[in-house]
Design a protein around this ligand. Structure first.
Ligand code: COA
Length: 168
């Protein structure tokens, strides 16, 4: 049609539960990239999650065991394009934690991170949290801009990390 002012988004978007054993390879690949984007190198991923990164899916399994909604893939037309890993503060259940947001390289800069953020706010609020916290590497300028655009505010800087918080 001449003068059409918009393009219809016709793909299906769903969230699906992470199955840490079945999804281990993808989780480790994304975990490595997450560290690379955050710190500029991958070796810290192996330091934190073992020689082959195998502790990363195990740790995500523990988040999912606390609440299945705390570890979810964003899926477009049957293909995983994003990941949210969440939790509640161990000492204060009114504080939600965003452990990780990850959008596949092919899908960044298209607003999918905002969907992960909306999803996470809803899940954490349903779980009883009244505010949420995260930390982001001070050098990860793109992620910091992203969080600020979503309404997160810096509360402190320490040890190369920026701590951010938002009301739910
Ligand atoms: C941070 C992240 C979750 C944001 O999700 P997103 O879906 O890319 O978010 P947006 O679409 O809102 O884009 C965020 C910014 O990246 C920019 N961008 C554009 N194209 C991009 C591309 N190809 N790749 C990455 N970022 C791009 C956007 O323009 C926007 O920048 P701006 O604020 O200057 O406009 C995602 O980029 C990501 O997974 N990064 C790697 C992992 C990471 O750093 N996670 C956070 C660790 S705490």
């Amino acid at each position: 049609m001449a003068g059409e002012a918009y393009v219809k988004y016709s793909k299906s978007l769903t969230f699906r539960r992470v199955l840490p054993e079945r999804d281990a390879r993808l989780l480790i690949r994304w975990g490595r990239d997450l560290y690379k984007q955050s710190l500029g190198r991958e070796d810290a991923f192996y330091r934190d999650y073992g020689r082959y990164g195998g502790s990363f899916p195990i740790w995500i399994a523990s988040c999912a065991a606390a609440n299945p909604s705390f570890a979810k893939f964003l899926v477009e037309d049957g293909r995983e394009i994003g990941l949210a890993v969440l939790g509640l503060d161990e000492t204060n259940a009114e504080v939600g934690r965003v452990h990780h947001f990850y959008v596949a390289t092919t899908h960044r800069g298209q607003g999918f991170g905002g969907l992960l953020d909306d999803y996470s706010r809803d899940v954490l609020a349903d779980a009883g949290a009244r505010r949420a916290r995260l930390n982001v590497a001070a050098g990860n300028a793109r992620a910091i801009r992203f969080y600020e655009a979503q309404g997160w505010e810096e509360t402190q800087r320490r040890g190369g990390l920026i701590f951010m918080e938002t009301k739910l």
